[in-house]
Design a protein around this ligand. Structure first.
Ligand SMILES: *Cc1c(COP(=O)(O)O)cnc(C)c1O
Length: 341
């Protein structure tokens, strides 16, 4: 099967497995796993933050961040496609007791002015206290769209003026940097906290790291434990993350090239009405309403190609390191074959 459902489907390479097998470990709940400590310190330093926290998933790093930044009854500002709202099991509401307010967005990206207009007046006792803004870069439902750092810097200043915290859901921040050429220090600076996934394009089997100030991470560590995320000899997993940072960052641009090839081919397919501009490794396209996404995906499966349904007529395909050129060509040929019928 040529699996374009997500960049989470990659399997650890032999080199990564070897690094995992050879990892130095200790009990991380006691803070004694040297590989976990090294990974946390490495990502924190890379993004210019004081400390890091290794967690089982990006959902957990996001939810911990929301929990530390807010109190029950507070409001979180994001856009309506945000992972923290749609794909985290209602965690923002259930785990932290927060309401969510959406701001208008262009493929997942909003402006400082739109956020500012959405902030509740602090002197109105009947309104929820606006407390946190969450940016997702790259933006998943926006088709892997990348944010403009300048606008994020404006959001930062605006948040500072209003006493709001700013969190980055950076599940695919390395894809964003592969596309925009910015450095981790540049992307790290505007945010109070960042969630970074190792299990997406970077190809690790498990793991995300949350970075922030030393005090923020101290509190985050308690919330991780409360949520059941305290792992023991987790260095086995952190070693995969270290290996990914050493070996799988520079290659992300190939995933972007593969996504662009796919998007270019899709533009020519009769049944495809619209393809969102491709900036990274995600391709989101809408079908003309003669063919439902579920029908297309069913037929593609018969051709050995998998994608995700993103709406009745919308499909998402994601490129990753376990797809070679021949497989991409095969996938493109399958879409062409079905889409032209
Ligand atoms: C995948 C993803 C996450 C984290 O998901 P997990 O599967 O819990 O690691 C967070 N945000 C975005 C935008 C994602 O795509």
């Amino acid at each position: 099967m040529i699996d374009l459902r997500s960049d989470t489907v990659t399997k650890p390479t032999p080199g990564m497995r070897e690094a995992m097998a050879n990892a130095e470990v200790g009990d991380d709940v006691f803070g004694e796993d040297p590989t976990v400590n090294a990974l946390e310190a490495r990502l924190a330093a890379l993004f210019g933050h004081e400390a890091g926290l290794f967690c089982p998933s990006g959902t957990q790093t996001n939810q911990i961040a929301i929990n530390v930044h807010t109190r029950p009854g507070d409001e979180v500002i994001c856009e309506d496609g945000a992972h923290i709202y749609r794909y985290e099991g209602g965690g923002t509401m259930a785990t932290s007791g927060c309401s969510v307010k959406f701001v208008p967005a262009d493929r997942g990206r909003f402006t400082a002015a739109d956020v500012e207009a959405a902030i509740n007046a602090t002197d109105a006792a009947y309104l929820a206290r606006t407390r946190l803004v969450v940016v997702e870069n790259t933006n998943n439902r926006g088709g892997g769209s990348i944010w403009d750092l300048t606008e994020v810097q404006r959001i930062r200043s605006m948040c500072q003026r209003h006493g709001l915290a700013l969190h980055l859901d950076g599940a695919r921040i390395f894809n964003a940097m592969a596309a925009d050429g910015r450095t981790p220090l540049e992307w790290g600076a505007p945010f109070d906290s960042i969630s970074i996934c190792l299990s997406k394009g970077l190809g690790a089997p498990v793991g995300s790291v949350l970075v922030g100030s030393a005090e923020f991470i101290r509190q985050a560590r308690r919330v991780r434990k409360r949520l059941g995320g305290g792992m023991r000899q987790a260095g086995i997993l952190a070693a995969a993350g270290m290996y990914a940072l050493d070996h799988h960052v520079a290659r992300l641009r190939y995933d972007h090239t593969k996504a662009k090839l796919l998007a270019d081919a899709l533009q020519q397919v009769h049944a495809v009405e619209n393809v969102l501009p491709v900036q990274t490794n995600i391709v989101v396209f809408t079908l003309a309403n003669v063919l439902r996404a579920s029908e297309l995906l069913g037929k593609l499966r018969e051709e050995g190609v998998l994608g995700s349904e993103f709406g009745t007529f919308t499909v998402r395909m994601v490129t990753h390191m376990d797809l070679n050129e021949a497989e991409m060509e095969q996938a493109i040929a399958a879409v062409q074959k079905i889409g032209e019928r």
